[in-house]
Design a protein around this ligand. Structure first.
Ligand SMILES: [Zn+2]
Length: 238
């Protein structure tokens, strides 16, 4: 095969992989979102499905570039001359771009999965709770997602409000992932900024947006907003 034929075959391979990759991202997101119905809204099972699909994207598509290059393309090209080096970068660049897109795919898919879960589970607490002693209406804090001790304002009895585990799950990854999705614009700007003063400013903007989005879902975290932001920025600079 001539140099030209080898290059055009390699280009064709990369193009085909690119198409399959974009399609796999879409199908992967769909599979993750639909898994919630299949597993009766088991958030952690769906999160595991997401991780499995992500691993598969790497193995089936990203790694395929380097294995195909090493086993089939490089030996043929090396035999023809020096052009192989530039062709090798082509593969690297595509693999790198796929890795970045898998990172974004994860944020978007986790965010949409979490939003779907949230919308389904949240109505469970949007109902009234009554005192176990006197049956008066209790003032249960909404959007707290943890056990609460609630004083009955009528008879003074202390009631323990123990939310069920599907509801408690919201207070952890679910709210974090929704906040991350809603702060995606700031995240992408941060990712594209070179390290330095400009990056630090972009990182601050991102974490401000992230924690403000999180406060919308977890109002009690407003109290630690500034500390939370500084802590994340400190972690970044290490
Ligand atoms: Zn009472």
């Amino acid at each position: 095969m001539t140099e030209r034929e080898l290059i055009s075959r390699w280009d064709g391979f990369l193009d085909k992989l690119e198409l399959r990759f974009e399609e796999a991202l879409q199908l992967g997101e769909q599979a993750v979102l639909e898994s919630l119905e299949d597993n009766d809204y088991n958030y952690y099972a769906s999160a595991r499905t997401l991780q499995a699909i992500k691993a598969q994207l790497y193995e089936d598509l990203v790694q395929k570039i380097s294995t195909t290059w090493q086993r089939q393309v490089e030996p043929l090209m090396r035999a023809q001359g020096h052009f192989w080096a530039e062709e090798s970068y082509k593969g690297h660049r595509q693999a790198e771009s796929m890795n970045e897109r898998i990172g974004l795919w994860q944020i978007v898919t986790e965010g949409r999965l979490s939003q779907k879960y949230y919308d389904h589970i949240i109505p469970m607490i949007n109902r009234d709770f009554f005192c176990t002693q006197c049956n008066a209406l209790l003032n249960v804090k909404k959007n707290f997602f943890m056990a609460q001790y609630v004083n009955c304002s009528y008879c003074g009895a202390i009631n323990t409000f123990e939310p069920e585990s599907k509801y408690v799950a919201i207070g952890w990854n679910v709210v974090n992932n929704i906040a991350a999705l809603n702060a995606l614009d700031e995240y992408t700007i941060m990712q594209r900024t070179e390290r330095g003063a400009e990056y630090n400013a972009a990182a601050r903007k991102y974490y401000e947006r992230y924690f403000d989005e999180r406060i919308k879902l977890l109002p009690h975290t407003a109290a630690t907003r500034d500390q939370d932001i500084e802590l994340e920025l400190k972690k970044q600079s290490q």
